[in-house]
Design a protein around this ligand. Structure first.
Ligand code: TRP
Length: 458
């Protein structure tokens, strides 16, 4: 249940944007775009944001706003029975699996911040930066320790309930991150060959658009906007009943996409100028960004500032990610305790501990799966880290989104107390009607078709 309302509309938008803007934009977007044809991917990605992402952000906000519950109670509250409860369990599973690999990458950011402080990247060549990263991901102990740092920090924020303070802080720091990124764009555009990178990123080669590229773009869109796992339902629960969901959704989607595109405009020109390969995969941002930061004026200061901001952007996402499971466990245990007096409900602190322990376990397995080819941690040639990344973005989040769109489209009427057009007049009423038709027909069909094509089933 919503236990603390947001002080203002801007506060809510900033909090939802803080959850959306994270490693998905700066680490994942450039590497997935690089692997999937650059400009072709960008085009499909933008189409996904407009056609699927935006209506789905609105859908999750609506579920929260109308039910006043988080993912666990929302479906039961709106539907009056348990029939849609599987969807809420899926949200929980997705959030736990995402944490498993997200904290590993957040650990990389903290490691790079520490190394920037001691000036490790000074005068390193392209090859040295690549070798440096490969060396790092082959030392389990170091990676494990650095993943523990954000897990402990995130759990501490949730334990002491100081999320409000972090939100205040990120209201100042997120704009600073944007300014820093714009400065990096300017520097990167002055490099030799930068135009080649821009061409790669903005000039779509239509022959590269394959079903798999479309599936990847859809998954990336859902991941980046934090859709399909109930995170935005929780924010919706804090929204005043009169707040217009559509406008808030547009603002969050635009901000998130802007940061992703900026990350691409920083990374790709540098990739071509320094002679990196755009298809490097998950390591791309971590070998290219230090090289760019070394080219800035005040390189030490720039690197430390940038990696600090990156760590904070990642933390605002991990906080909201972990909150999904923590709130869920509290509500599940309360629900069970009501039915069975022998079960004691978990309080918030116990729930934070439980979730943190599970997260540490999965994160450690991911770390171990990367360092050496450990057979028991790899499946079909993919290690656990890649697998979790893939399963959540390409399967679980789209399936969650599919379920939620069907739920809202068919379970929430247009008119009446809980109706979609409640309070809506004029143009806004029309937006609601078009929106209902979209989530009734277009969105479910598009998700299913992309899914079946991407998996080679059609
Ligand atoms: N959107 C986040 C990012 O781009 C990652 C994310 C996915 C997330 N699902 C989430 C964050 C749920 C918070 C809550 O980095």
């Amino acid at each position: 249940m919503a236990n603390n309302a947001f002080s203002s509309k801007v506060g809510l938008i900033m909090a939802a944007a803080g959850s959306a803007v994270g490693l998905g934009n700066i680490w994942k977007f450039p590497y997935v775009a690089g692997e999937n044809g650059g400009g072709a991917f960008l085009l499909v990605y933008l189409a996904c944001v407009v056609a699927l992402g935006l209506p789905m952000v609105a859908t999750e906000f609506l579920i929260g706003q109308r039910s006043r519950h988080s993912a666990f109670g929302a479906f039961r509250q709106l539907n009056g029975n348990n029939r849609w409860q599987w969807l809420s369990w899926m949200c929980l599973t997705t959030s736990v699996l995402i944490m498993g690999f997200y904290f590993v990458v957040t650990g990389w950011c903290f490691n790079y911040l520490a190394e920037a402080v001691v000036n490790t990247f000074h005068a390193m060549s392209t090859d040295q930066l690549t070798a440096h990263f490969n060396g790092f991901i082959h030392s389990d102990l170091r990676m494990m320790l650095f993943s523990l740092v954000p897990i402990v920090l995130t759990a501490a924020v949730l334990w002491f309930d100081v999320n409000k303070g972090i939100e205040q802080l990120s209201k100042i720091l997120m704009p600073l991150l944007l300014v820093m990124m714009i400065l990096m764009v300017i520097r990167v555009l002055m490099l030799d060959n930068s135009m080649q990178g821009l061409r790669f990123f903005f000039h779509p080669d239509f022959s590269k658009i394959t079903p798999n590229v479309i599936l990847e773009a859809m998954g990336q869109c859902f991941f980046s906007l934090s859709i399909g796992m109930g995170a935005l339902i929780t924010y919706g629960a804090y929204m005043p009943p009169k707040q217009r969901v559509v406008y808030t959704s547009v603002q969050v989607a635009v901000l998130d996409t802007l940061v992703a595109v900026l990350a691409g405009v920083i990374i790709f020109p540098a990739v071509f100028s320094f002679g990196f390969n755009p298809e490097e995969g998950p390591k791309l941002a971590f070998i290219v960004l230090p090289a760019i930061l070394e080219q800035m004026s005040l390189p030490w200061f720039s690197s430390v500032l940038f990696f600090s901001l990156l760590c904070i952007a990642a933390l605002t996402s991990t906080i909201s990610l972990m909150e999904v499971s923590v709130a869920y466990m509290v509500e599940v245990s309360e629900h069970w305790a009501k039915k069975n007096p022998r079960i004691k409900p978990l309080n918030r602190h116990k729930s934070v501990l439980l979730v943190a322990v599970v997260t540490i376990a999965i994160t450690s397995l991911c770390v171990l799966s990367m360092t050496d080819a450990r057979e028991w941690l790899s499946f079909g040639g993919h290690n656990l880290f890649d697998l979790l990344d893939d399963i959540t973005s390409c399967y679980l989040m789209p399936l969650g989104a599919l379920g939620m769109s069907i739920f809202v489209a068919w379970k929430m009427p247009l008119e009446g107390e809980n109706g979609l057009t409640q309070n809506a007049k004029g143009l806004h009423r029309w937006v609601c009607i078009i929106y209902q038709q979209m989530i009734r027909w277009i969105i479910p069909i598009v998700i299913v078709v992309i899914f079946l094509y991407g998996l080679d089933i059609l």
